[in-house]
Write a protein that binds this ligand. Structure first.
Ligand code: ASP
Ligand code: MG
Length: 425
């Protein structure tokens, strides 16, 4: 039996009871003959509370100090979990990200892992211990300062450690039973997916599905680490995310034509009105946005009215970057050349994802029909080989997601989706 990396999210370790329950689960895996490395998030909403606190003492907290503060959240849960395991009669040692060898670049609040040197973890498990590692944190190679990996970063810690330790599997324990065909908080008839390919999971994550972060799936695909997403509250099999379908019992799992429907209400839309329809205009708009280090999502340009020679260009971006994008464009209004800017944060995005789209011609038509039957107006459209996304009014999103989910036959016969904990934030 090999080594397994298990990751427990904030809602799984929200209180002392939760920590004791997780400790039992970890000990079970150990008793089954595995070497176990457990990665933990901060308890419950600790990270949000620490951010609130920081903002009370400083409107824009210094990145270095914010990282120092936030990493304390994971240190609390790792130490408590190690104590709970010892109380069950097993040896456990906790390690910070830095001690575990998680080496990052020096970008505070959203550092990237550049190397993992898990020597101490290896030694600890070889000596028979259960190793507990604080998720979401590392140490900068250059500045030697403590860094964090961005919200939800513990999943990435777990996958990175699994790759560096050559683990059999990375188990991600969360507050739902796996990856669903839609967010069970919106679609009660959402169905649990038994297996999903890395590619489809990447598209779902990029489209707003919150079960797994995009960066974590990307990492798992690069190192070909199978992820098993499952609940720490139930003993059920969850969702396997891997490169090839796996057998479950004696039944071969097939690739679904449509994997699921994702939605995202965290974006806003900027429209640049009255742009001269000539070469170089789009380039200068998006150069301005890029120079402000802002990532954009969808882009559309309208046909220009022949009489004016002017066109409108719309794009979407994270709401959190909206203010900065508008400021950057206003500042360069003279050089870019446009009439005005419009900002709209009442939008939502709905995406249908599935490898079957490549070969099934009717999917786009069925998607638009489902939206029109639900009376939902489409504002922007974008596609990839295995995804169609539309932007609609934010208020239309829940209805639109349910309509598309039903239209593609994804509804389960019962309300099987259980949400065991957490606030979903
Ligand atoms: N505690 C951090 C957060 O809430 C990291 C994580 O949960 O993965 O974002
Ligand atoms: Mg968390």
């Amino acid at each position: 039996m090999g080594l397994v990396v298990q990751k427990y999210g904030g809602s799984s370790v929200a209180d002392a009871e939760g920590i004791k329950r997780v400790a039992k689960r970890i000990v079970e895996a150990k008793k089954n003959g595995h070497q176990v490395v457990a990665v933990v998030s901060a308890m419950g909403d600790t990270t949000d509370e620490l951010i609130d606190l920081a903002e009370q003492v400083s409107p824009i907290p210094a990145g270095r100090e914010l990282d120092m503060l936030l990493t304390a959240g994971e240190r609390i849960s790792m130490a408590l979990l190690a104590m709970a395991i010892k109380n069950l009669g097993h040896n456990a040692q906790s390690f910070t990200g830095s001690q575990a060898g998680v080496i990052t670049d020096s970008v505070h609040n959203k550092a990237r892992i550049i190397d993992v040197t898990p020597g101490r973890i290896k030694t600890s498990v070889d000596e028979g211990n259960i190793a507990i590692v604080a998720g979401f944190q590392g140490v900068s190679q250059d500045s030697k300062d403590i860094t964090t990996l961005g919200r939800g970063g513990s999943d990435t810690t777990a996958v990175a450690l699994a790759a560096a330790l050559d683990a059999e599997v990375c188990e991600i324990y969360t507050d739902v039973d796996g990856v669903f065909t839609a967010d069970p908080r919106v679609v009660s008839r959402a169905r649990k997916i038994d297996w999903i390919a890395f590619e489809d999971m990447l598209e779902l994550a990029a489209s707003g599905s919150k079960v797994l972060l995009h960066r974590c799936v990307e990492y798992a695909r690069r190192y070909n680490i199978p992820i098993h997403v499952r609940s720490s509250f139930s003993g059920l099999q969850g969702t396997w995310v891997s490169s090839a379908p796996r057998k479950q019992g004696d039944k071969q799992v097939e690739q679904a034509l449509i994997s699921g429907v994702a939605h995202d209400t965290s974006e806003a839309k900027v429209t640049v009105v009255g742009v001269p329809d000539k070469p170089g205009e789009a380039a200068s708009i998006f150069r301005t946005i890029a120079n402000a280090e802002i990532n954009i999502d969808m882009v559309v340009q309208n046909v220009s009215a022949a009489s004016t020679g002017l066109t409108d260009i719309s794009f979407t971006l994270p709401k959190t970057e909206g203010r900065r994008a508008i400021d950057a464009l206003e500042k360069n209004k003279g050089t870019i050349g446009f009439d005005s800017l419009r900002y709209d944060d009442q939008i939502g995005k709905i995406s249908l994802v599935g490898a079957g789209m490549k070969t099934n011609p009717g999917v786009t038509a069925d998607f638009f029909t489902a939206l029109s039957d639900a009376g939902v107006n489409i504002e922007l459209i974008s596609t990839s080989e295995i995804r169609i996304s539309v932007v609609t009014r934010k208020d239309d999103v829940p209805e639109a997601v349910r309509a598309v989910h039903s239209a593609f036959g994804l509804d389960s016969d019962s309300d099987e989706a259980v949400i065991y904990g957490g606030t979903g934030r």
